[in-house]
Design a binder for this molecule. Structure first.
Ligand SMILES: Cc1cc2nc3c(=O)[nH]c(=O)nc-3n(C[C@H](O)[C@H](O)[C@H](O)COP(=O)(O)OP(=O)(O)OC[C@H]3O[C@@H](n4cnc5c(N)ncnc54)[C@H](O)[C@@H]3O)c2cc1C
Length: 480
């Protein structure tokens, strides 16, 4: 089938999927006043592939068949593949006004991980998973699908694993094995973009012990599957004017509580079933790719924080004040640090069977941690430079009012020569990004999405070569 147009993508979402928004079943996600914004946002990935400016970056040709396919589906084999993927993710996020598109990014992260783990399982005498993963990958690639990933279980008591919880369904599990497939029950949470993808891949969220056998499960389903119920997140569900909300009026991503109400999965879509020893490997291998995606899509956001702070400082006439320059320098350092770590992580990749280039895990986690641990401080600096009008400013109706608009033009100006409109537009942009419902979403996304801060610290501790560092210290101390 090859590449799809945005219209073909949207048409594929009218498939009878069971999506709920504020208690009501949504008959058509593409025309829903809130989810429809997310659908339009997701079209960016399909538009990029048609845009002559980005076609070389977004589209690849299969050397065997000559067919075109989305670069997201290209399995990375070297540094250049990883860097091009990272550039594509950053480019589409830039088109999305700093909000990631994600409908192909996250699904392909999972598919790359599944290739590696299926190869490992084949070595352990289970070749059937490799065939299934390859077939599923080809189908998604050839149909140009959007694919969500449901990894995070609802988890109940976090100090426990799947066992010993108040009920057995806090982690998704197999409740029945049949000759033709399995039946699964449970719920995943925070599943991004699932309201508007074709498929969802389900992965284990953690390592499993021998007694957790029913929970060591991975599979894929079309979103429109009987028993699969999506309860959509509800933040920011009001109509926004782009003057006041330049980003969030047009760009949105939905998350869902994703419920598997005794859902049947045919065997050809099952990628792990009871192999407890491979559950942790799959969870972690996915994260290796997914955190690289995460830091790649943060770059436009970090550039915007530095750029908006600089523009605002100029409009307020304070760009040469020492404390402002210090803040701008810190914002530039923040952006450059994450950018440099991404390049280094791609260059220092490892190749895992069957020949997949995996970004350097230590550097990827350090990049993600640097981003997440410093985000709120960066927001604080931008807010500091901008002033309190971020939350006390007039509305778009006031600005357009014949009676009071002139007062706003007169009194909310800044530095001589800067039109009040420019100053207000920049304030609205920063307010939308840092002080609106969308700003709050961005802050939580920074802390939790793609794993919490602790998860990145644990990986960093595991990957850093302390033995070599301690040996060096001993040598200098004269300890044999
Ligand atoms: C906007 C957004 C989008 C997301 N998109 C996706 C997605 O598409 N797919 C997906 O699968 N997931 C997604 N996530 C989920 C994300 O990976 C999780 O939010 C993250 O892993 C944290 O899990 P949690 O939210 O359950 O928080 P918790 O795990 O409850 O964490 C809360 C705190 O408890 C601590 N904690 C948790 N367990 C323990 C423990 N055993 N011992 C000690 N401390 C502990 C954590 O370190 C943290 O400080 C998304 C999240 C967000 C916010």
């Amino acid at each position: 089938m090859g590449l799809r147009t945005p219209e073909q993508y949207k048409a594929s979402l009218r498939d009878g999927r069971e999506v709920y928004y504020r208690g009501e079943l949504v008959p058509d996600v593409t025309t829903h006043p809130v989810i429809g914004v997310a659908v339009e946002h997701a079209c960016i990935d399909y538009r990029l592939a048609e845009d002559p400016r980005y076609r070389d970056l977004a589209v690849m040709t299969d050397p065997q068949t000559g067919e075109l396919y989305s670069r997201y589906y290209h399995i990375p084999q070297n540094s250049e593949d990883l860097l091009q993927r990272s550039r594509l993710i950053a480019t589409s996020t830039r088109e999305g006004a700093t909000l990631v598109v994600l409908i192909k990014e996250i699904g392909t992260d999972a598919l790359f991980a599944l290739h590696i783990v299926a190869e490992e399982l084949a070595k352990r005498g289970k070749p059937e998973y490799r065939e299934r993963v390859q077939k599923y990958y080809r189908m998604c690639r050839d149909r140009d699908y959007g694919v969500a990933v449901a990894q995070s279980d609802v988890k109940g008591d976090r100090s426990l694993g799947p066992q010993g919880q108040e009920h057995p369904d806090y982690y998704v599990r197999v409740v029945e094995e049949r000759p033709d497939g399995i039946v699964v029950r449970g719920a995943k949470v925070h599943t991004s973009v699932s309201t508007n993808t074709d498929e969802v891949i389900v992965l284990p969220t953690r390592a499993m012990r021998a007694e957790d056998k029913p929970y060591a499960v991975a599979f894929a389903l079309p979103i429109a599957t009987k028993g699969l119920k999506l309860i959509a997140s509800s933040y920011g569900g009001f109509k926004k004017d782009p003057f006041e909300f330049p980003i969030s009026a047009r760009h949105k991503m939905m998350e869902t509580l994703t419920i598997f109400d005794d859902v049947f999965v045919p065997w050809e879509r099952v990628f792990l079933c009871g192999e407890t020893e491979a559950a942790g490997l799959l969870a972690l291998t996915f994260v290796k790719f997914h955190r690289f995606t995460a830091v790649s899509y943060k770059l436009p956001l970090l550039e915007l924080l530095a750029g908006a702070a600089r523009a605002m400082a100029e409009y307020n006439g304070v760009e040469n004040a020492a404390h402002i320059r210090e803040k701008l320098t810190k914002l530039a350092t923040y952006h450059a640090t994450v950018q440099g770590l991404i390049i280094a992580a791609a260059q220092q990749h490892e190749i895992l069977p069957p020949g997949v280039a995996v970004p350097n895990t230590l550097l990827t986690n350090v990049a993600k941690y640097q981003f997440a641990a410093n985000y709120h401080t960066a927001v604080q600096m931008v807010q500091d430079v901008s002033g309190g009008l971020l939350v006390t400013g007039p509305s778009v109706e006031d600005w357009r009012s014949e009676a009071i608009g002139p007062y706003i033009r007169k009194y909310l100006g800044g530095k001589k020569g800067v039109p009040t409109e420019h100053r207000l537009r920049m304030l609205n942009l920063i307010s939308d990004l840092t002080a609106s419902d969308f700003g709050g979403y961005q802050e939580v996304l920074a802390v939790h999405a793609e794993g919490s801060l602790e998860a990145e610290k644990i990986q960093t501790y595991r990957e850093y070569d302390f033995d070599a560092a301690a040996a060096y210290a001993r040598e200098l101390a004269g300890i044999k």
